[in-house]
Ligand binder design. Sequence first.
Ligand code: FAD
Length: 283
Amino acid sequence: MALPPEVCIRGAGIVGRTLALLLARERVRVALVAPPATQGKEDIRAYALNTASRTLLESLRAWPDAAHATPVREMLVHGDEGGRVQFSAARQKVDALAWIVDVPALEQQLADAVRFQPLIEVVAEPVAAPLTVVCEGKASTTREALGVSYEVTRYPQHAVAARLDAEQSHDGIARQWFNDKGEVLALLPLGGTHGKTVALVWSVDQLRAPALLAQGDEEFNAAITEASHGALGALKLTSERGAWPLARAIADRWTGAMPGQPTRSWALAGDAAHTVHPLAARA
Ligand SMILES: Cc1cc2nc3c(=O)[nH]c(=O)nc-3n(C[C@H](O)[C@H](O)[C@H](O)COP(=O)(O)OP(=O)(O)OC[C@H]3O[C@@H](n4cnc5c(N)ncnc54)[C@H](O)[C@@H]3O)c2cc1C
């Protein structure tokens, strides 16, 4: 990039990369701060994304292929006293209620799109710009350095996540079970409409989560098959398990002037500004 950047984005997660692509599309020059990647744990996250998110990501050519973005045809939610509620895309006359998206595939699409955008320069360290947008996620150090406080309300639950293979096809149905202990089990369809892979998100008491992570695979498979009432037949782990503490968090300010530089501004975006659910690093 010959001219200096107009916006410096700190953090190249889903929010930082998407914002960089949107700005570059408007002919804004962007420096995207992305420290060299380190080998971390396997990324087992799956997102439920709505039509607005799909439309936006498609417009940036960053929507994953059909194998990594499975349409939710139906949602089936079981209550703790035998009640049940069902939503159907066909009845609502829409293509899908949501799409369950494989996070590593989505991040790769965004990284590829960034690489082909000449108005985005990926840099290892922050650079001076009229506007800095902090997209460093919930544990943002820049937010802390700016003196912004981040109010965290913890819930006494952890979300246990993993990938599973099912005996039967999920048929594009997202299934959820609430039980009388306040736990919520979700099996989200992956691998295309007739796939047999599901993303597990199991919200359980924080004291129970470590035991679920420590169980042997066979024992865990049996526990999850039982908790899902055998709806998809026997379930089998295909990934490692991870757990995230559930919390709500919000920064007390989202914008301001750079300390000692009144003509330069900052703004927070994404999890650096607020989170709704999984909070800290994996437990
Ligand atoms: C199991 C699970 C399921 C989820 N499901 C959903 C869902 O269905 N739908 C949904 O909307 N959300 C979901 N979420 C939440 C979602 O993951 C976050 O909201 C989202 O990742 C926030 O994106 P972000 O870019 O703001 O932050 P992050 O994804 O955390 O990215 C921040 C980036 O900044 C980098 N960084 C950090 N510090 C610095 C620094 N000092 N300098 C430079 N770079 C830095 C990090 O390495 C990272 O790459 C889920 C989360 C989990 C854990």
